[in-house]
Every structure is written in C-alpha cells, then in structure tokens.
Design a binder for this molecule. Structure first.
Ligand code: SF4
Length: 241
C-alpha cells in the first residue's frame, strides 16, 4: 500500500504524444505489458483463467480509464473483453452510451486481471486481498502505460485497489462522482454497474454520474489540447492536478 505510482510520460498525458515514434513506443510498451500479464502465475487460484489484458481493453492513450473489480465467469473471462457479455457489461455499455462514449474512446480494466471463482468453479467470488495485492503492480503499470487523465474506479473494491497504486483517502459513498487530484491525474470514484450496486445507486443516477464525468473529461482534454498548442486561456481548467 502506498507505493509510488509510476509516472506517465508527461507528453503522453498532455496529448502531445502524437508523433509516430511516441505512438509506437506506447503501443510496444502496452504489448509488452500484455505479454507479461499473460505469463503471470502469482495467484494459485487463478490457474487456467484468462489474463484479461489485450487490445480488447481499449486504446493506450485513452483519456479515461475505468477500473472494475474482476472479470466475471460469464462476462470478461468468457468474452475476452472487460465488462461485457453479462448484465454488468450490458449496463456498463448503456452508461457509456448515456455519456456519449464508445468503447474505443476509453480503456477498461479490472483490479485483478483474472476471474476469481468458487472452489467448484461454478460461481464468481470476490478477489481476495492477496490477489488484489498481487495484481497491484500490473494495475500500476497499466495506468502508467495507458496514461489516462482520469481514472474511474467502479465500486469500493476497485477504489481500494487503486490506493495500492497511489494513496488516496476517498470513500465511495461520500465521494462518488467527485474528481480528486491523484498524483499527476484525477481520480473519480463511481459505482460498479453490477446488480448489487443498484441498491446504492440506481441506473438513472449512475447515468448522470457518467454524463457529468464526460463533461469533466472533455474540459480537461480541451485544456490539455490548448496547452499543447501553446494557447492556454485564462480560466481554463488545468489538464492535470
Ligand atoms: S490476478 Fe493478476 S497477479 Fe493474479 S495471476 Fe492473474 S494476472 Fe497474475
């Protein structure tokens, strides 16, 4: 807990990384990370599970990264795409659409890259604290390579998981939807799109959260792009905390 968050390339974060060389470097770094994840065997309970990190997670360089809890048995572990193929995935797609985002606009990952299951293999189970701790390094490296302006943990487990990458003091219920400076990025806690979270935050409210975050990300990106062109305007929000 509390390890330093790997620093993203400032040019990539601010939107300056438009040159082919930088793009190739980022793409290569992401490919290397996917290879490292595929070979990971740190969690004995994850033997035989998919390591859910590939081009299907999204685009390195995406301005917003969503972090869910873990791939689902009938969801990401089956489809190879995070938050897809089950009820949580369907709701997540509706929430993205409510904000005017498409999958290729964002990067989606999980606090643990493998699907935790009950001993009989028939049910999902929550990731253990050991598994979350073991996967924290891969999560930190994803944040560093993808270089988002905004990281949005989905649910309390993901919010606690990102604190292993870089400390924060946010509490989901109190801080939902509220952007907080987090290292050289912003952290925005949101509820998970799964059925359980509907008790706390129903879908229409979650859609409002996503729409508000879209406006926030657009403001950050606009300011970063203007700064990259050397034309910051008085009153523009800063591209980073
Ligand atoms: S959950 Fe993460 S740390 Fe554990 S085996 Fe899968 S990739 Fe490795």
């Amino acid at each position: 807990m509390g390890a330093a968050l790997p620093q993203a390339d400032p040019a990539a974060v601010s939107g300056l990384a438009t040159g082919p060389a930088m793009a190739a470097t980022t793409e290569q770094a992401y490919e290397n990370l996917c290879v490292a994840a595929a070979a990971c065997d740190r969690c004995p309970g994850m033997a035989g599970r998919l390591r859910l990190l590939s081009a299907a997670n999204g685009r390195p360089g995406a301005r917003v990264m969503f972090v869910a809890e873990a791939p689902g048995r009938l969801g990401g572990d089956r489809t190879g795409v995070p938050l897809s193929g089950d009820r949580s995935g369907a709701r997540f797609d509706r929430l993205l659409a409510a904000a005017g985002w498409e999958r290729h606009d964002v990067f989606v990952t999980n606090a643990v890259l493998c699907n935790p299951r009950s001993p009989d293999g028939r049910r999902n189970r929550p990731p253990s604290s050991t598994e979350l701790r073991s996967c924290a390094d891969l999560l930190s490296r994803q944040i560093a390579v993808v270089g988002p302006l905004v990281v949005a943990p989905l649910g309390a487990v993901a919010l606690a998981a990102v604190a292993r990458c870089h400390p924060h003091h946010l509490v989901l219920r109190a801080d939902v939807g509220r952007p907080a400076p987090w290292g050289d990025r912003w952290l925005v806690p949101l509820y998970h799109p799964g059925d359980r979270a509907q008790i706390q935050r129903r879908e229409p409210q979650q859609a409002d959260d996503f729409r508000a975050r879209r406006a926030f990300v657009d403001a950050l990106v606009g300011a970063a792009d203007r700064e990259a062109r050397g034309r910051p305007r008085t009153g523009d929000p800063l591209p980073g905390p």
